[in-house]
Every structure is written in structure tokens, then in C-alpha cells.
Design a protein around this ligand. Structure first.
Ligand SMILES: [Fe+2]
Ligand SMILES: [Fe+2]
Length: 296
């Protein structure tokens, strides 16, 4: 299924020890929950010099090289048919948990724990129930790894394709190896887009965000869909690097994306209630919004 797989050894293709290495690196980049609401200056961003682990660097080397406009288009055509698997949502959590990485059992949570901690933190703050559901499912798209996709096509910051890469994207220097960098029509500020055309018209790099958004788009209120679709678009929701592509509706909806982000990054809770205790609430929540089975 993975086009580039044969070109690499397994480790070269998947440099992260676990998918959480990426999440943890984002946390290092944005360590302070209080900074979310304030405008960060370009200088402060540039002063970020904490060296990421080599595995994260290697990961972005691949991600920025291979995430081209054509690649994202192909993946959408393939995966948005949703003809890989059909299962009840609870089974899909078990499926997702097959991604558990046991090389670092003390620090790494399994996928389900991260989802529950996110959703419980949202619930404890009294947000609407659909936002709790968004917390519960926002990383479900990581099952793409179990369909044979390499890490760089599943996780990592997402960014627009078909226009110039912003230097506010992490490790933007690696885009020099992306074939789209040689394509003139993609290398102007607006590229193939009209000014403020709206993100719905913009092809984003492919990963777990777009996949889960497309899976959920008939079931969840629009602000929740923005959270799902753009939660890894740090260059926008943290750095405002693509204001020139957003329309006024996107700008409004990104308030919700920003509201969601701290729950994703900062909700680790060592005293999480057990799944057994939480199950009745979540079963009701899932029944309220989602169909009996999900198509992957
Ligand atoms: Fe995510
Ligand atoms: Fe997450």
C-alpha cells in the first residue's frame, strides 16, 4: 500500500520510536499553556533552539520531502473511499491500541489513554458534549499506520500544499527536498489559490487529521469538525502563517481549534478515572452522535 516503502529499511522509513515522539516534540515546542491565547512574536519563535531528538528531525526530513500536492491527492482518493474496514467504534479503539509502543512503557500512554485524558479534561471544564466526543476520537485517524502507512504520512504538523511553504513550519528548511519546491506554480505566496479562498479549498498535507474529519463530517457540529481537521496545523493555529488563505468563517472557527489544542497537549492526568467507571457516559455520548459502526 505504501508507495515508498521498498526504498527504505523499516527504521529509515519510520524514524520515530513511537508516534508519541512527535506529540512530545510539539509539547517541547509549545510548553506553556498560558501562551496559547497570547500573540507570540516571530523572534520568540525563532529563538526556539531546543534541539529535537534526531528521530524527530529524521521524521520531518521524510515528511517534508514526500508530502507533495500529488501525494495528498492520491491518499485522499484512496482512503476517502472508506473501504478498508468497518467496525463498531469500541472495536476501533482496540484496533488503534495495537499501536502501543512498548519500548518506553513508563512514559508512553497507550492511544486510548491519551484520548480519554483529552476528552475528560474537556468534560471537566464543562464544554459541550460534542467537544468531549471530539477529544475522544481526535487521534482515531492514526489507524492509518495499521493500514501500512509510514509515520510521516500519518502524524506530524500539517500544512497547505499548492502554495509556498511557510518558514514558520517546523524544520521548513527540509522543504527544499520536496519536488513541489521546484514547481513554479506552487511557489508563490498564494500558489494555485485565490487570496482568502477559505481552507476548504486548500489541499492540506495528508495525515490523521483530514482522515478523521472526513469520517466524521456528517455527525459532529462544525466547530468540532474544524478541531478534528486542523488540530495538527500548528503553523496556523499557533503561528498565523496562512491568514492569507483563510476566509472570515475560517478565522471564526479557528477560535475553536485554539480552544481544543491545550486539551490535546496539556491534559496528561496521572489520576485518570478507570475506563470501567467512565464507560457508561461515553457509551451514551457515542450513541447520541455516531452510527453503530464506522467505516475506515
Ligand atoms: Fe492528533
Ligand atoms: Fe492528540
Amino acid at each position: 500500500m505504501t508507495k515508498n516503502k521498498s526504498l527504505f529499511s523499516e527504521k529509515k522509513q519510520n524514524p520515530l520510536n513511537s508516534l508519541e515522539d512527535w506529540d512530545e516534540d510539539v509539547l517541547k515546542r509549545y510548553p506553556d499553556p498560558a501562551s496559547i491565547a497570547s500573540e507570540k512574536t516571530q523572534d520568540e519563535f525563532r529563538n526556539y533552539e531546543a534541539p529535537a531528538r534526531d528521530s524527530v528531525r529524521d521524521f520531518y526530513d521524510l515528511n517534508h520531502k514526500f508530502q507533495t500536492y500529488e501525494f495528498a491527492k492520491e491518499k485522499k482518493e484512496n482512503y476517502l473511499k472508506f473501504d478498508n474496514k468497518e467496525m463498531p467504534i469500541w472495536e476501533s479503539f482496540d484496533f488503534l491500541n495495537e499501536l502501543v509502543d512498548d519500548s518506553d512503557p513508563d512514559t508512553d500512554l497507550d492511544q486510548m489513554q491519551h484520548l480519554l485524558q483529552t476528552s475528560e479534561a474537556i468534560r471537566n471544564d464543562g464544554h459541550p458534549d460534542w467537544m468531549v466526543l471530539v477529544g475522544l476520537i481526535h487521534d482515531m485517524g492514526k489507524v492509518l499506520c495499521l493500514f501500512g502507512e509510514p509515520q510521516w504520512a500519518v502524524v506530524g504538523d500539517t500544512f497547505p500544499l499548492g502554495c509556498a511553504f511557510s518558514d514558520k513550519i517546523i524544520y521548513s528548511e527540509f522543504f527544499k527536498n520536496n519536488p513541489d519546491s521546484q514547481n513554479e506554480k506552487y511557489q508563490t505566496k498564494y500558489g494555485i489559490y485565490e487570496p482568502n479562498c477559505g481552507l476548504n479549498k486548500v489541499q492540506m498535507s495528508w495525515g490523521h487529521d483530514e482522515y478523521i474529519y472526513q469520517m466524521m463530517k456528517d455527525y459532529i457540529p462544525e466547530p468540532g469538525l474544524y478541531m478534528l481537521r486542523y488540530h495538527s496545523f500548528y503553523a496556523q493555529h499557533r503561528e498565523n502563517a496562512y491568514d492569507h488563505l483563510l476566509n472570515s468563517h475560517d478565522l471564526e472557527m479557528f477560535k475553536w481549534v485554539r480552544l481544543f489544542n491545550p486539551y490535546d497537549l496539556y491534559s496528561k492526568n496521572p489520576n485518570q478515572k478507570s475506563w470501567e467507571e467512565l464507560k457508561p457516559y461515553y457509551q451514551e455520548l457515542v450513541n447520541k452522535y455516531l452510527p453503530k459502526t464506522l467505516k475506515f
